[in-house]
Design a binder for this molecule. Structure first.
Ligand code: KIV
Ligand code: ZN
Length: 390
């Protein structure tokens, strides 16, 4: 059975960049956009053009250089926003306008002081207006995670009628549980009459650490686009992390889902985004964190040295990391010490290793990590009677 293709909509340059401290200049955005295009994302959300002249300029410049992906600009359900978004996208090969409005009762009442009927009308008019400029119009039902499913189905139906090609179902507050979010997508697939004319998109936030699980649940229930960011950067606790959803689909073929992403570029892209934004990647971050392929306890190191797959479910090479790391600490075992010593040219016999290991533990207890350059010092201190030349 052929796998179902899930489109990857990257919003690093919009939802990611709106995080305090992560602002990028146009040149940095262009470099990242080029990398995202090479990575193989289907859509690059390049910014929110009406928000500032700088953002408008970035979307316009990105539109000129992106060769393969659609380039998308965000707007509210406001005519002026849509006009400005369209103008910023005029050079794009595949332009997309992303417009929408809050649909939960809380947004309708407190943000808009409006009614469901008026919101439906406003969304409809916005999509219709955006269609005058571009063919590809995505509608977001903000706070869909907390929107009543029957009303959400009405919203989707109406926006498809207006010409929306993609219906974005954001869990804006990161509140949903995976079952709940998956069932929401299933409900929409089963209850929106014209759903065959559009695709559903997952846009999940990570307030409860569930953004990745929710997005996968959405895709398993029929969504054909996932909105995500590199390193999971985004508002508050972040967005769905691109590298996580891509590798879940790759590592679990039984899900029958696939993307067009070249996973070998994931690590490089992660580093590029982290460096440009000045936002370090947490060391234990899945897939791209510094410790994602590092082993430091003796039991794990021994297992990995015998066979990498004992403690690794992903080949680091598949995400662009050169090799697994055997890190030497006071919790490391003899196997790790012998392995690292051998890598820098010291082949220790079993007896020699016993002696050097005792010295190593004394040394390691005094520091966080033992480096390659420390190994000859430890061997020298061990006073071996053998022929090892130092
Ligand atoms: O989280 C959200 O609801 C959004 C929309 C603007 C798409 O980012
Ligand atoms: Zn968002």
């Amino acid at each position: 059975m052929s796998k179902k293709l899930v489109q990857i909509f990257d919003t690093t340059l919009r939802d990611g960049e709106q995080v305090p401290g992560c602002k990028l200049n146009t040149n940095q955005k262009l470099t990242i956009a080029k990398q995202l295009d090479e990575l193989g994302v289907d859509v690059i959300e390049a910014g929110f053009p009406i928000s500032s002249p700088g953002d408008f300029n970035s979307v316009e410049e990105i539109s000129k250089i992106v060769k393969n992906a659609s380039v998308c600009g965000l707007s509210r359900a406001v005519k002026k926003d849509i006009e400005v978004a369209a103008e910023s996208l005029k050079h794009a090969v595949l332009p997309r306008i992303h417009t929408g409005i809050g649909t939960s009762d809380s947004h309708i009442k407190f943000k808009f002081n409006s009614t469901r009927e008026k919101i439906l009308e406003k969304g409809f008019e916005a999509v219709k207006y955006a269609k005058k400029f571009v063919n590809d119009v995505e509608f977001y039902a903000e706070d869909a995670g907390r929107t009543d499913n029957n009303f959400l189905a009405k919203v989707c139906e109406k926006m498809i009628e207006a010409g929306a090609t993609v219906l974005n179902i954001p869990d804006t507050t990161g509140y949903c549980l995976p079952d709940e979010y998956g069932n929401k997508i299933k409900f929409l697939i089963e209850n929106v009459k014209n759903i065959d004319k559009a695709i559903l998109s997952c846009h999940c936030h990570n307030d409860l650490g569930l953004a990745t699980a929710n997005s996968i649940a959405g895709a398993l229930n029929g969504a054909r686009q996932i909105e995500c960011t590199i390193n999971g950067i985004g508002e508050r606790a972040g967005n769905t992390s691109l590298e996580e959803v891509v590798m879940i689909m790759k590592q679990h073929p039984q899900l029958n889902l696939d993307t067009k992403i070249n996973s070998k570029l994931l690590y490089k892209t992660s580093q590029m985004v982290s460096e440009s934004m000045g936002m370090p990647v947490q060391p234990n971050k899945a897939i791209v964190g510094a410790n994602a392929f590092a082993h430091s306890s003796g039991i794990h190191q021994d297992g990995v040295i015998k066979n990498r797959e004992t403690y690794e479910i992903i080949n680091p090479f598949d995400v662009g990391v050169n090799e697994s790391a055997i890190v030497l600490t006071a919790r490391s075992g003899r196997a790790a010490l012998a392995y690292r010593a051998k890598n820098i040219g010291f082949e220790l016999t079993k007896n020699e290793l016993d002696v050097v290991y005792a010295e190593f533990l004394k040394f390691a207890d005094l520091r966080k990590e033992v480096k390659d350059e420390d190994i000859p010092i430890i061997i020298k201190k061990s006073n071996l009677k053998s022929t090892i030349s130092l």
